[in-house]
Design a protein around this ligand. Sequence first.
Ligand code: ACO
Length: 359
Amino acid sequence: MDSGLEHIVAAETVLSDVDGANGQLTIRGYSVESLAADASFEDVVHLLWSGFFDDLPDRTALGRHLGQARMEAFARLRPHFGLLAQSPDMEGLRMALSFCRDGDGFATAIELLAMSAVAVACVSRVRSGQETVPPNPESGHGDDVLHMITGRAVAPSHSRGINAYFSTVAEHGLNASTFAARVVASTQAGLTSAVIAGISALKGPLHGGAPGPVLDMLDGIGEPDYAEDWIRQALDRGDRLMGFGHRVYKVRDPRADALKAAMHGLPRSDGRLHLAEAIEHVILSRLAIEKPERNLETNVEYYTAILLEALAIPRTEFTCVFACARSAGWIAHAQEQLATRRIVRPKSIYIGPGLVAAA
Ligand code: ACO
């Protein structure tokens, strides 16, 4: 019995190869570093969805469909922003996606990407007492999400930053949320149900919920000089240091460096890159001493936190923004699973009491 299923192969996929021993992530033949540096989110969505929808349009038309779908999502969700804002971040997102009908075609897929983007951006503004910002169908998806969240014109460096982020986290093999999405897809429940399953799994602090607490940790440490004591106390309490460790990567997570490279493209005054680098150095040294046999390295969530903060995205929304990008991967995996026409149904071993004889 393998409770974390770490040695079980549960799917064949053409989508990505997570090479944990060598710290490499390949997405449909492209390294994550090259996608982070050169691809827009629409490019990555088109790459991931190719071959999974009979009516997938070309890359340019996909961008137009997505822009139009954001407009429709805004019109549909607008009367409900206040209600959605009463639920915390991921719960509000889950509720918003429940407005989508289930289906397994391109129209449902694009609607899910648009609904999640509009819900996250607009509900975040309502929660903080600000006016919502309507989408602009002419903008790239990443730029529009950032504009709807911050209400500010998106500088070219920030445009590169958000697209690097979306392209980096859109797909990552059979992680917990993707597996959840594939299990639901295997029942033929539909894409909306699969994406909501993914969101529900991503919500947990051990998966997608880590980047907000990364910033809480940086705030708590304050200065690199205080890092050693703070970290030692946290580890003595048995706390996990958010943004470190990974089930598959036993060397550095390549996505951490892709996002760090994106940070270097921002003005020096944006964000806390230097503090983050100094604290990361102390944490890695301490983890190597405390857990020498574990190979605990920096994961994607550490530099996610640093980058999204620099882009002025509120930390309460980090996991939701992650979900907006990862939905593209969940949808591709759901379609791939559906094509196998086989329901996922593993076995369990019964360890309860034996049959009780009737009195
Ligand atoms: N800080 C301190 N100790 C850690 C950490 C950490 N971040 N991660 C693992 N460990 C320790 C565990 O306490 C355990 O030690 P022990 O055997 O002495 O008790 C050992 O390393 C192995 O831990 P596991 O839980 O077996 O590792 P697993 O592969 O199951 O967990 C996980 C991976 C969940 C990511 C873990 O490293 C963790 O909790 N990290 C912090 C949360 C985080 O950053 N999550 C984001 C991951 S990326 C993503 O999902 C998008």
